[in-house]
Design a protein around this ligand. Structure first.
Ligand SMILES: [Mn+2]
Length: 330
């Protein structure tokens, strides 16, 4: 399987690192935007994210890791016959299934948030039950919207109904209907609304502690604040900043076994291309945190700061991954 003819695919990797047979990670572009109503254009998200990913450094400075060396294949974008979200969900599930069956870590790229319904169905078919960690401005817990249970406003409701016993944790929510709150209570969806995250840091540990292994992570980019992430169809003020999302992703990677993830609702507008780069960088940060993470240096006791040590950041003598590599139990 090869990337599209116009590019080398995600991260613009050299050929030996994007071969299907040896790749640990599979990226599936899902350019579907059939049901959004406010700002259209999420169907252009995957191509723009992949284009921007060509500018992302392979080496993650913060994590001292280069997970692309495990191989990342970019699958052909899913094709959609029309705007029917039920058909789109089925097409995405069918497209994702072979790579998940082949043991690859799946990174889905939306597209509107309903793409996550198809992606999670493929993952559930292979891995069984998982907990869902969900970042979003919206709860997406409506049973149906504009006549469909697969509308992007219903994505998490559909996933919650696919497995009524799976744990769901939703972070950053700040636009929700009262009916969604009733459903969240009845179904047992853990909500961490945006306004409750402002003045406390413990929410990251608390949220991650609620998850059981394995975990699927879905990030609707409108979960971030529109000042850092303006290019989404339904922006809402009061969202997470970059470092809050990064700290959350790092905590999940350190504490949980993640089996797949997606980044969705990027709506390129031709102006704010920093949004596209943010989406690309975040997706690669997620891979560096989630895919076969090395034993974390932070698990060891902290060293005493030397009296003369400068506060300035200094590079490690050698990459943390090499220094502490041990057989990975998971
Ligand atoms: Mn949303």
């Amino acid at each position: 399987m090869t990337a599209s003819a116009t590019s080398a695919g995600y991260l613009d990797l050299p050929p030996e690192q994007r071969d299907y047979a040896t790749a640990r990670i599979a990226v599936l572009p899902c350019p579907f935007d059939g049901t959004s109503t406010y700002g259209k254009g999420a169907d252009r998200g995957p191509a723009k994210l992949i284009e921007a990913s060509g500018q992302v450094e392979f080496f993650d400075l913060e994590l001292r890791r280069k997970v692309c060396e495990r191989g990342i294949v970019t699958l052909p974008a899913v094709e959609f016959v029309d705007d029917d979200p039920a058909k789109a969900v089925a097409a995405i599930e069918a497209a994702a299934l072979p790579a998940v069956r082949d043991g690859k870590f799946l990174l889905g790229l939306g597209g509107e948030h309903s793409v996550s319904i198809g992606l999670t169905r493929a993952v559930r078919a292979v891995h069984g039950r998982f907990s869902l960690l969900h970042v979003d401005a919206h709860a997406d817990l409506r049973a149906e919207w504009h006549g469909s249970p697969y509308n992007h406003a219903c994505a998490i409701h559909a996933i919650a109904e696919d497995d009524r016993k799976a744990t769901i944790v939703s972070i950053g929510i700040r636009a929700v209907g009262e009916d969604e709150l009733v459903y969240a209570k009845e179904r047992g969806v853990h909500l961490f609304p945006g306004h409750t995250l402002r003045h406390r840091k413990e929410w990251i540990r608390e949220a991650v502690a609620l998850l059981e292994d394995p975990v699927y992570v879905t990030i609707d980019l409108d979960g971030l604040d529109p000042t850092v992430m303006p290019s989404t169809g339904t922006p809402v003020p009061g969202g997470l900043d970059w470092w809050q999302v990064v700290d959350l992703v790092k905590e999940i990677g350190a504490k949980k076994r993640v089996i797949a993830c997606d980044v969705n609702e990027l709506k390129p507008d031709g102006v704010n291309h920093h949004s596209e780069f943010l989406a690309a960088q975040l997706s690669y940060k997620m891979l560096n945190c989630f895919v076969d993470p090395p034993r974390k240096a932070s698990a060891r006791p902290a060293r005493k700061p030397a009296a003369k040590r400068s506060a300035a950041w200094r590079p490690a003598k050698q990459p943390a991954e090499k220094r502490s590599r041990k057989p990975v139990a998971r």
